[in-house]
Design a protein around this ligand. Structure first.
Ligand code: AMP
Ligand code: ZN
Length: 145
């Protein structure tokens, strides 16, 4: 896509600090990192949503993301890493070319996810699971692999 910043990085029209590239994915440093070494892994094909990325490419993104996380621990002295993907504006997606964040983490890095923990009212947990399971059975039945 012509006006997509990440497609332009793939085409070499915009510079990026690349750390990994293969036939399906590209990984480069995020210019505004949570911690130094924060990497983005993107599919070479333009997909706005993670849901349309072919399985082989999605699998590669996850695999390479994990391997980058291990490299961040071994070579940049981090303790751990988060894999994060925002799918949709309400989830915080700003660049509309799907991307997996690999966020290196240290025990005392001062960063915290704003993660709340709600409680289900009576019956709501089972009802929610049943609704989702029914929808997924229908979708996966229709679309196959
Ligand atoms: P998200 O909010 O999940 O869409 O994240 C988009 C990320 O892309 C942000 O963390 C930005 O800092 C990063 N970003 C935007 N433009 C560039 C760029 N040209 N090179 C590297 N990272 C970028
Ligand atoms: Zn794109």
């Amino acid at each position: 896509m012509d006006n997509c910043i990440f497609c332009r990085i793939i085409k070499g029209e915009i510079p990026a600090a690349k750390v990994y590239e293969d036939d399906l994915v590209l990984a480069f440093l995020d210019i505004a990192p949570i911690n130094y070494g924060h990497v983005l892994v993107i599919p070479k094909e333009h997909h706005e949503s993670s849901s349309t990325i072919p399985e082989a490419t999605a699998g590669r993104m996850f695999r390479i993301g994990s391997r980058i996380g291990i490299a961040l621990k071994r070579k940049l002295d981090y303790d751990a890493f988060n894999l994060h993907l925002a799918d949709g504006t309400a989830a915080g997606q700003v660049v509309m070319h799907a991307h997996l964040h690999v966020v290196p983490r240290g025990v005392e890095d001062g960063f915290h996810w704003n993660w709340r923990q709600l409680q289900y009212p009576d019956g709501k947990l089972a009802e929610t699971a049943a609704t989702l399971a029914e929808r997924l059975a229908a979708d996966i039945g229709q679309s196959g692999k």
